[in-house]
Design a protein around this ligand. Sequence first.
Ligand SMILES: Cc1ncc(COP(=O)(O)O)c(C=O)c1O
Length: 389
Amino acid sequence: MFPERFSNLPAYAFPRLRALLDVHEPGGPVRHMSIGEPKHAFPAWVSDVIVEHAAEFGRYPINEGTPELRGAIADWIKRRFAADVDPETQVLALNGTREGLYNAGMALCPEGSSVLMPNPFYQVYMISAISAAAEPVFVPATEATGHLPDFTALPVEELDRAALCYICSPANPQGTIADEAYWQQLIELGEKHDFQILADECYSEVYRGEKPAGALQVAQAMGASAERVLIFHSLSKRSNLPGLRSGFVAGGPESIARMKQLRAYAGAPLPMPLQRAAERLWADEAHVEENRALYKAKYELADRIFGNVPGYMSPQAGMFLWLPVADGEAATLKLWQETGVRVLPGAYLSRDTAEGNPGQGFIRVALVAPYDDTEAGLTLIRDCLFDQE
Ligand SMILES: Cc1ncc(COP(=O)(O)O)c(C=O)c1O
C-alpha cells in the first residue's frame, strides 16, 4: 500500500535525537545546541514591510517570484559574486533552499542515473535523489579529504553515471569553504562527465575571513556551460529569517525553466508580502555585516575554549562546530545526562558506507544562541567531554 522507495530510510536526525535523549533526565538546565536555527535578531523593518503589503495576502502569489524580487536577487548576485544572471530566465524564488534543493532533483534528474553528494550531508540531497528514482552516491568528506568531498577520486564509470552533484560550501556541518581551485576542478569534472552541480551556498554570508567564492562566479569565469551550475541561497542564515522561508536558485535558463514548470504544477509559492520583504533584504547588507560580526565573536570564543583539543577544527564559516569525540552518540548522551546540553551525533548527518560512517566520531554543536549562552554551553561541553588539564 505504501511506496518501497522510502522504506529503508533511517529516522530523520531530530526524531532520532529525541529517541536517544528524551528517555533520560537532563543533568542540568536544558541548552539547545543541536539545531542550526539562527537566533540573532532579524531587521526590525521586515515586519513593517510585511504589514505595508498585507493586502497582498488576498492574492495568489507569483510562482517564480515578483520581477522586483528576482531583480533584487540578480543585483545581489552581481554585487556579491560579480556573476551575471538574467532575472527573467535565470532566477527562481524559493521557499527557502530546502524546497529548491529537493525540487531540483525532481525537475532535473533523469530516472536511473545517480546523484553525487558529500557524506556527511544535508539530508534533503539524499531524499531528492531517491524521490527522482536515482541512486544517491555518498562521497566521504573527512579529514583525509580536507572535509570536502573529493569527487575526482571516484571511478570514471561512477562519474559518467552521475546526473547531479550536490555540494555544500561553506559546508554544513564542517564549516569548510570550497576555494576557487576546488570549484574549478569540480566544474571541469562536471563538464567532462556531463553532470550538473547543485551548489548549496546557504551559509555563504556567515564567514570569518575572506568571503567565500561562489560556484557561479567560477563557472562563468571558466566559460563553462550555462547549465553546469545552479546556486542555492537563503535568507534563513544570511538574515536570521528561517521562518520567512525565502531563498532562490539561479543558474542556466533551461534548468530554471524546468524548475519553474514543476513549480507551476506543484509549487507553493512564497506569499506576496513575504516576497516584498525578501526583495528589501537582498538589497541590504548592513544587517548581514552585523550578523557576521556576532558569529565571528563566537568562532573566537570556540577557539579559546577548544583550542587545545586534539583534532579541533576552527570553523572557517557557517554556524557549527564539528567536534571530534570517540563516539558521537555516546558523547551526546553523556553530555545530556551530565549537563543538559543537547548536541547532535555526527552519524545522524552521515550514512554508513563500506568504509564506516564518517560522522561517527563527531558531534555537531550549533553556535546560534547569544554569546553568553554559547559560552556557557561550550564550557559545559569542554568540561564534560574533553580533559583540559
Ligand atoms: C546545508 C543546508 N542547506 C539548506 C538548508 C535549508 O535552509 P532553508 O530552507 O531555511 O533555506 C539548511 C538548513 O539548515 C542547511 O543546513
